[in-house]
Design a protein around this ligand. Sequence first.
Ligand code: SAM
Length: 353
Amino acid sequence: MSTVLPSRSDYRTDHPYSEQHLGSTELKPSFRIDLRNYSNKDYDKFVTVKTVRDWSLLKWKHVGKPYEVKTVSKSRRLWEQEHEATMEAKTSWIYFNKAFHEWFDKDVPQEIKKQRQAFFKSISAFNPAEISEVLGDVTRIHLWNYVHRIQDGVWDPRGKPAMFEGLDVHKPRILFLGAAEGYEGMQLAAMYPGAEIVLVDYDEYCKTVRYGDFPESYPFLGMNPATGGQKVYYKNDFQVAYVIDDIRNLPFGKEFDIVISVGLLEHFPDNHKAEVMDWHRKFLKDGGYVIMTTPRNQWKSRLFYLIMADVMNHTYRELMNVEQMGLYVYENGFNIVRHGYMKAHNAIIAQPR
Ligand SMILES: C[S@@+](CC[C@H](N)C(=O)[O-])C[C@H]1O[C@@H](n2cnc3c(N)ncnc32)[C@H](O)[C@@H]1O
């Protein structure tokens, strides 16, 4: 397989990668592009586990409850002090989406250089408060560099396709609940050509900026229906409708082949979980698939949400393992088709019982 990287002249176009670049990976200033095959036998894939053979036998006493992330972002704390009220969910998502998106925009090597200079400046000024603040900035940019740019643990373009493969769908209609930038919807559409994606998020910024500014030059590895081989797709190749609304207001019937959410369930305490699962069932055709992911409860993730608290922790959040996640899905009326994990998230594919 070729590992050719784009030539200088290729970079001038919006679509610098094509089938000749299959198998290659490249570090850009803000993200990694990765056209390596996801079926390689290494850890960069979706690991299907078979820890639970019969979900009806699994009980909460066997698996315990998820870990709740308790650290709260500075902006939420200040907002609540100022308003003498608890920040409501939609406002907290507006704060989160803006704070999170700014990190995807960073030129990371430039930022590391800038933070390093700021650190040495703060040392020479010998101001302990400033040193501590700058140290925090240095830690965060290095962590982001590792998690998102080096490891590609947020988008995970190898783990996610491995999880999405093998669904019995043809030109699927895909509904993405709480879509933000819609990455996984686009990845699914690359793998199942002819797909129609409906992205839903009640934060308008997600449509205009998170999805709107998602780089047109980012290549998605998918399937070529003409040859059965692989093909490189870009954002503008996909048929996308973006709905800005509360999931609770959606007018759709049971018309989707796939309903997906990525990082939604864990933001609702247990008394709301059944409602969240209903959202996934409500719009699904008979025989359709629900795909859900939630962040894993592992020490790396707990550390990430601690260090990145000001970027990430505006909302209620749990970290769980795939057995806990599966139990929520199973006890709310779904059969589990596949369960496993990727770098940062657990994943479940399920169908209503
Ligand atoms: C944790 S984010 C996950 C999004 C995305 N996968 C990401 O990595 O950033 C959840 C998204 O769901 C949206 N959301 C939460 N509750 C919603 C609701 N009731 N209706 C519509 N969107 C909602 C939020 O605005 C947010 O963009």
